[in-house]
Design a protein around this ligand. Structure first.
Ligand SMILES: [Fe+2]
Length: 170
């Protein structure tokens, strides 16, 4: 099970981790819970080195995009709710200027819409999430990924491996 310390970085403060813990309504280690967030973060940080995305936005997207889910299935409002949560409840805990906060909010609000065109930090966030689809048995489809980096066989393979690894080896 991920520990609080696994999340803490320059982007993610202990206070933000406490807010994540207090807010997430679903099982902490469920399909859309903390182990998924850590894999999305790893995917995103690997991609950011190749795409030039803002790594702070990418890390915050990883821990926030599913935070307001109310079920593990089709919860159509969870992205917009996560965006509002970032802009209000935890705004003071996010080391972002207004422009970067807009990117985070947009990436969260629309991450389930299947879009591929956007500014590169937003694209990198969406790809980081889509690259973890194999955890539910869905092979990430290169045609649905936004960036050339995410479509590379090496990145795809490492993400799929991560999705299937037991937690202690992630
Ligand atoms: Fe997700």
């Amino acid at each position: 099970m991920p520990r609080n310390s696994d999340f803490i970085s320059e982007a993610v403060s202990p206070a933000l981790v406490a807010a994540l813990r207090a807010t997430y309504a679903l099982p902490w280690c469920g399909t859309h819970g903390a182990p998924h967030w850590l894999r999305v973060r790893e995917n995103g940080l690997q991609l950011a080195k190749l795409t030039g995305a803002d790594p702070v936005v990418v890390e915050l997207f990883a821990v926030i995009h599913d935070i307001k889910r109310l079920n593990e299935g089709h919860d159509h409002g969870h992205g917009p709710r996560a965006a509002v949560w970032a802009q209000t409840a935890v705004r003071a805990l996010l080391p972002l200027d207004a422009h970067a906060l807009d990117k985070l909010a947009y990436a969260c609000a629309t991450h389930t819409h299947g879009l591929t065109e956007a500014e590169v930090t937003v694209q990198t966030c969406w790809d980081a999430d889509r690259l973890d689809l194999y955890r539910v048995g869905i092979m990430p489809d290169p045609a649905r990924l936004c960036t050339k980096a995410a479509r590379s066989p090496e990145i795809l393979r490492s993400a799929v491996d991560r999705s299937t690894m037991p937690p202690e080896r992630r």
